[in-house]
Structure formats: structure tokens, C-alpha cells
Design a protein around this ligand. Structure first.
Ligand code: F6R
Length: 237
């Protein structure tokens, strides 16, 4: 695992964006895994800036997002579909057919999960995967106790995750109880992984990841078993 300490949130975002930009410049057909949440907002700003400056094109790039809530529509402002349009897709030249997010409003969620996993495989797997980390160590929505062997599946969100994400909803009761997420096995099959950690609320998760102990009780710890992980962190020490 490579650890890079960034002096600020802006610097973390720029270092991460440069890694992805470099990858896409070298291989325009890259398959990129994307995350949502507060942490990567600056990262997306950097990608948009680079696109607007004419440094990069996404016209041949394919993306797969990590997760989506179950039970809210794609149009809902709290959906990850909406988040991705708002922060990235609206501003760049990516082809709509190359954008993939799990379908949290599918009538048959199990089937939707299987189909999503197949699409990732058909695309040849993920070249570079962006991750954030939950305060409980989740990656994607793989909560503590998740098997390391799982592919895309439906999860019940923990109380701590729902609490952390309630800022995007009017009331805690509105935060979905379930999500559809790519599994840890899917994440581990990505050729390269970039994990962003930002801010004091992630100190405990950062400390735990630093110990190097691998356990399903702390999902991000699985990353110690991957050969190409870069952690870019700021605001924790
Ligand atoms: C988001 C995701 C989550 C977040 C994590 C951290 O697609 O899969 O694992 O990365 O919950 O979220 P923030 O960045 O909001 O602290």
C-alpha cells in the first residue's frame, strides 16, 4: 500500500485526479470505478477542470459506480445517479451508454445485481477504482461483517452509515435502509485502487487501516491484500 499525505483537501483531490487523468490519457478506453459522497467532490471538480482545459477526453471511457440506494428514484436529488450528473457527467463528453450505476429501483434487485456484475466483467473489469471510506470502515456499501468473497449484492445499511448520510436527506427516516453495492471481491479485482481519506471524522478508520490487520469486521482492511493500492489522505494523522 502506498500512502500519500496531502497538505489539504484540494491537494488530495488534485493528486487523485491526476492519477486518473494520467491513466485515461494513456488509455482512452479505460474502465473507471467511481465513488460518491463528500470526499470525492473536489476530485470531480479537478476532472471537470481538466476536461474544460482540453487536457482530457472521456469520449471512450467507461465508468461503473460503486453503489446506489434502494428505493429512491434515479431522479431523486439524493440518488447517486443524480450526484454523478451534478458533479461530473453533466460537464464532460462521456457517452451516456458508457455510464453505469447499479439500479436501486429495479423490480428484481437480485437480478439487477447479477446483471451489473456481468456488465463489469464484459467491460473487462475495472482498471482504476476510486474509493472513499466509511467511519466504520465500509468501502462501497460493504458494511462491517461483509464477506470478502461477495460480488454485486443488496445490503442493509448500518445505523452509523444512515446517520452519516442523513445530511443528504430531510430526515433520518428518509435515508434508505438498503443499497445495492459492488462487492469486495469485485473491488479487489480492480487492477489499481485509489482510496481517499479526508477529515477528522475518519481518524479512527485511518488508524485502524494503518494497523494492517485484515478482518471482515473492518472491510477496508482487505485492501492490504491488493497489490496496487494508493491511499491519499488529509486531515488525519
Ligand atoms: C460512496 C461509497 C461510500 C463512501 C463512504 C464515505 O459511493 O461507496 O463507501 O465512499 O461512505 O463517504 P463520504 O465521502 O461522504 O465520507
Amino acid at each position: 500500500m502506498k500512502w500519500i499525505e496531502a497538505a489539504s483537501y484540494g491537494e488530495m483531490s488534485k493528486i487523485a485526479a491526476d492519477l486518473f487523468i494520467d491513466h485515461i490519457q494513456k488509455d482512452s478506453k479505460s474502465v473507471i470505478g467511481l465513488a460518491t459522497g463528500g470526499t470525492p467532490e473536489g476530485f470531480y471538480k479537478e476532472l471537470v477542470k481538466s476536461y474544460e482545459a482540453g487536457e482530457i477526453s472521456f469520449s471512450e471511457t467507461t465508468t461503473f459506480n460503486l453503489d446506489e440506494y434502494v428505493g429512491i428514484t434515479e431522479e431523486s436529488e439524493a440518488s447517486y445517479h443524480h450526484y454523478m450528473k451534478k458533479h461530473l457527467f453533466h460537464y464532460i463528453d462521456i457517452k451516456p451508454e458508457n455510464i453505469h450505476l447499479p439500479n436501486g429501483s429495479a423490480p428484481d434487485l437480485e437480478k439487477a445485481a447479477k446483471e451489473y456484475e456481468s456488465k463489469i466483467k464484459e467491460a473487462g473489469g475495472i482498471d482504476v477504482q476510486l474509493l472513499g471510506i466509511g467511519i466504520n470502515g465500509h468501502i462501497g456499501f460493504n458494511e462491517p461483517g461483509s464477506s470478502f468473497e461477495q460480488e454485486t449484492h443488496i445490503v442493509e445499511l448500518t445505523a452509523s452509515t444512515r446517520e452519516a448520510n442523513k445530511i443528504y436527506f430531510e430526515r433520518l427516516e428518509d435515508v434508505p435502509t438498503h443499497a445495492i453495492t459492488i462487492g469486495i471481491q469485485t473491488i479487489m479485482q480492480a487492477k489499481k485502487i485509489v482510496l481517499l481519506i479526508s477529515g477528522a471524522s475518519k481518524q479512527e478508520a485511518y488508524d485502524r487501516l494503518r494497523t494492517g490487520q485484515v478482518t471482515e469486521q473492518f472491510p477496508a482492511s482487505v485492501l492490504h491484500l491488493h497489490g496496487d493500492v494508493t491511499v491519499i489522505y488529509t486531515g488525519v494523522s
